[in-house]
Design a protein around this ligand. Structure first.
Ligand SMILES: *Cc1c(COP(=O)(O)O)cnc(C)c1O
Length: 359
């Protein structure tokens, strides 16, 4: 199914800008040369700057979806001698739990609900941990954790702090140095608003020190870092998406930088939330990111029915949940090439759906 003429409010892939789409339509160039190395160097430098990563941080480009970045981080940094505290507030947290289990890494499945962990000190199990792992924005429910509080806890207990920032990068605040974060996972198809297929892992010097020799050819970070010194990857990278990443980072800079990008996402999210206040839809989490709004119907309607109706009657794509949450919640992304005007398409569809006149 190709949704050419649909309005897109799904949390990945997200709406891309014309500028990025045009690069995708071009011939893919050869890449083992200094011109392409310059592209990698630019992207690494700009992302490191954007995240305020510590001096000496390095970036690994993986040709894979975000989950590969999550798994590769665990594979390259943790062993059976570690004990990871894995925050599990939904589908992506439980994925990290599965990854640790798959690779025989001892871990605690730290199930959390109704907290952003600003009080992690009190809530965390009282065990000796080596590592703290969290999805900054738990995208399955639209829940943003307090990265600073968790970072203070990690620092106090000397934990390696691994953050999956895939679904909050460029829409919500992230500062590796201020939050003591050692490793960040980013991916192309969420806030970066590029096609899926490119994942980036940003390693602080402390994370680099912890790299293991691992029984994997493709996911060996030491190999990536060695090749990265000359702006290359061991195997063919997602060349076109990297060219699009370069353009996207330039675009963010041209538009006023990362703080402006975050402010814009907040403006759009606030506008959406204020515009649907009169509808029988309640915000699901008190800790919503700018990246996304999760809504629960208060009039007994099924969330899944609303999603299907928006798609069929209004050509608007929002995101359903599966399993037990199928009828309970649906999600609206504010990531990507968003504006108030574009968001009006969804707002007007919702107002019409509920028979409310637009103001
Ligand atoms: C989308 C997402 C991922 C990556 O999922 P893939 O389908 O592997 O790209 C990982 N973590 C979070 C929090 C996400 O939202």
């Amino acid at each position: 199914m190709i949704y050419e003429d649909y309005a897109i409010f799904t949390p990945g892939p997200v709406k891309m800008s014309e500028e990025i789409l045009e690069i995708g339509a071009k011939q893919c160039p050869y890449f083992r040369n200094s011109a392409f190395s310059d592209v990698s160097f630019y992207c690494e430098r700009e992302l490191i700057k954007m995240l305020n990563a510590p001096e000496g941080s390095k970036l690994v480009f993986l040709t894979a979806s975000g989950t590969a970045g999550m798994e590769a981080a665990v594979m390259n940094l943790l062993t059976k001698n570690d004990n990871a505290l894995v925050v599990n507030g939904g589908g992506f947290g439980s994925r990290f739990v599965n990854i640790c289990a798959t690779h025989g890494v001892p871990h605690a499945d730290f199930k959390v609900k109704n907290t952003n962990l600003s009080d992690i000190e009190n809530l965390a199990p009282k065990e000796n941990f080596s590592t703290l792992i969290v999805n900054a924005h738990e995208t399955s429910v639209g829940h943003l954790y307090d990265l600073d509080a968790m970072g203070a806890y990690a620092k106090k207990n000397d934990l390696l702090y691994i953050v999956d920032a895939i679904s909050m990068l460029v829409t919500d605040h992230l500062d590796m140095q201020a939050s003591n974060i050692d490793l960040v996972i980013a991916s192309s198809q969420k806030g970066l608003a590029l096609p899926p297929g490119l994942t980036m892992v940003i390693l602080s010097p402390r994370a680099i020190e912890r790299l293991q020799d691992i029984p994997s050819l493709y996911f060996n970070f030491k190999d990536y870092l060695k090749n990265g010194e000359r702006g290359q990857t061991p195997y063919t990278p997602a060349v076109t998406i990297m060219l699009q990443l370069q353009a996207r980072l330039e675009q963010i800079n041209r538009r006023g930088g990362i703080s402006q990008s975050i402010a814009k996402a907040k403006e759009v999210a606030d506008y959406f939330r204020a515009s649907i206040k009169s509808l029988p839809l309640k915000e699901y989490s008190p800790y919503m990111p700018n990246a996304m709004t999760t809504l629960t119907p208060t009039d007994g309607k099924s969330a899944m029915d609303i999603v299907n109706d928006l798609e069929e009657k209004y050509k608007v794509m929002v995101c359903p949940n599966g399993g037990a949450e199928r009828d309970l919640i649906f999600r609206v992304s504010h990531m990507g090439e968003m504006s108030k005007e574009y968001t009006d398409i969804l707002i007007n569809a919702l107002l019409d759906y509920y028979g409310v006149k637009a103001p």
